[in-house]
Design a protein around this ligand. Structure first.
Ligand code: KIV
Length: 263
């Protein structure tokens, strides 16, 4: 049975957690066959898969087919799904409705950005049996408020505030915390103070795990080059070359060959 308790076990054993965001059945199968610890169906799908400018365009209706596709491909891996824009910021019942739909689509936990009124929802969901992963630092759903995708908690006051928010998320019952784009020193402090695992993206090495978007780490998103990203492949070049070769073979008649044709 997939459970967020696996993540706690990894932290307790001082083993780092690897998490990757993916959005579809095909890529979930690839991740399932790898040694990756867990998958996230991120609301970044609004940007990466649907071409929107930010994650505020991810609705529950947009997310659900991706969550169920990933869940079908994920095998025995843990699947976490993002609560889309505003579903964790209204009344408790709309949060419960969204979380229920994500879990029924196949997620094993939901991820919630923020530590203000969201703490109450986290508490409520956990009490009802839905595991929650928190998300602090750069919270992309607040991009309009933050004025862009910027590194957060850069001064001492903001760092104190972030540590206190992280403690609030843990106290509300979250099973893990994603920390995005914060100074490595602040992230390290939070990972030390919290009992639950802290998974970083742009949060340095002294946290309990790392998360990247699959397309980004595979180099399939050539224009996206934030400081925190390491590209483990150059998929956009490989795909471009394969498509050009296929096109050339079609044009020249080199494809299909006799052995690729029925007698
Ligand atoms: O939406 C997403 O993919 C995320 C990760 C980048 C943390 O929230």
């Amino acid at each position: 049975m997939q459970s967020v308790t696996q993540l706690q076990r990894l932290k307790n054993n001082q083993q780092k957690i690897s998490m990757v965001t993916c959005y579809d059945y095909w890529s979930a199968q690839l991740v399932a066959a790898s040694s990756m610890d867990c998958l996230l169906v991120g609301d970044s799908l609004a940007v990466v898969m649907h071409g929107y400018a930010s994650t505020v365009h991810a609705t529950l209706d947009l997310m659900l087919p991706h969550v169920s596709a990933v869940a079908r491909g994920a095998g025995s891996k843990l699947v976490v799904a993002d609560m889309p824009f505003m579903t964790a910021s209204g009344d408790l019942s709309s949060g419960v409705t969204a979380a229920t739909a994500l879990i029924q689509a196949g997620a094993h936990a939901v991820k919630i950005e923020g530590a203000g009124h969201q703490a109450l929802l986290i508490e409520h969901l956990v009490e009802a049996g839905i595991p929650v992963v928190g998300h602090l630092g750069l919270t992309p759903q607040s991009v309009l408020q933050l004025g862009g995708h910027r590194v957060q908690a850069k001064d001492e006051a903001a760092a104190r505030c972030l540590v206190s928010d992280a403690e609030k998320v843990e106290a509300a019952g979250a099973a893990a915390l994603v920390l995005e784009c914060v100074p490595a020193k602040v992230a390290a402090e939070i990972a030390k103070v919290l009992r639950i695992p802290v998974i970083g993206i742009g949060a340095g090495v002294d946290v309990d795990g790392q998360v990247l978007v699959l397309q980004d780490l595979l180099g399939a998103n050539p224009g996206f080059k934030p400081k925190f990203l390491r590209k483990y492949a150059d998929l956009s070049s490989s795909i471009g070359q394969a498509l050009d070769r296929y096109h050339d073979d079609v044009q020249s008649g080199a494809f299909p060959a006799r052995c690729e044709s029925y007698a």
